[in-house]
Ligand binder design. Structure first.
Ligand code: ZN
Length: 165
């Protein structure tokens, strides 16, 4: 497998099928360019994966058996997010380390998030969040503001434990 060491552009780029919406949102926040469509035909899905040079993540064993994408696909075994991420970690040897600890792509739009000044974020988030977090990032497309909240930090800790256990 090619080197996956770059901290900024992470590879592979993924395409998550309709049953993997939650996984797609997390992969985006964890820095992986991930396409996702709620409603898409198998043929359109395969065409997009090929055209965009992506790696298919699917819960559909029939689609995998057809081998249209040869090895550029992973059949996700579990319905649970934690197990899904664990499977990607062990089978694709991808990392979920984030140098600055904040989400790096928008969970909704897949756009790369940009750091915004604290005084710009503070009025738009709960007061305790503004006082607790020095660093906020924002989606240039939908405007959503992100910070490393409890849920996020717990997930990073668990992913780190999985990797080192
Ligand atoms: Zn967005």
């Amino acid at each position: 497998m090619e080197s996956l060491n770059s901290p900024i552009v992470r590879s592979p780029a993924f395409f998550a099928d309709a049953m993997l919406g939650r996984l797609a949102r997390w992969l985006r926040m964890l820095g992986y360019d991930t396409s996702y469509e709620k409603v898409i035909s198998d043929e359109a899905l395969i065409a997009r994966v090929l055209a965009e040079h992506r790696w298919l993540l699917t819960r559909d064993s029939y689609l995998v058996q057809r081998k249209v994408l040869r090895d550029r696909q992973t059949l996700i075994a579990s319905d649970h997010l934690q197990d899904q991420l664990r499977q990607l970690q062990s089978e694709l040897h991808i990392t979920f380390d984030l140098s600055d600890g904040t989400p790096s792509r928008c969970a909704s739009c897949n756009k790369i998030l940009t750091v915004i000044p604290h005084q710009k974020a503070a009025p738009t988030v709960p007061e305790y969040v503004a006082s607790l977090h020095p660093r906020f990032v924002q989606c240039p497309s939908c405007g959503q503001i992100y910070w490393p909240g409890t849920h996020w930090t717990q997930m990073l800790t668990r992913l780190h434990e999985l990797r080192t256990s």
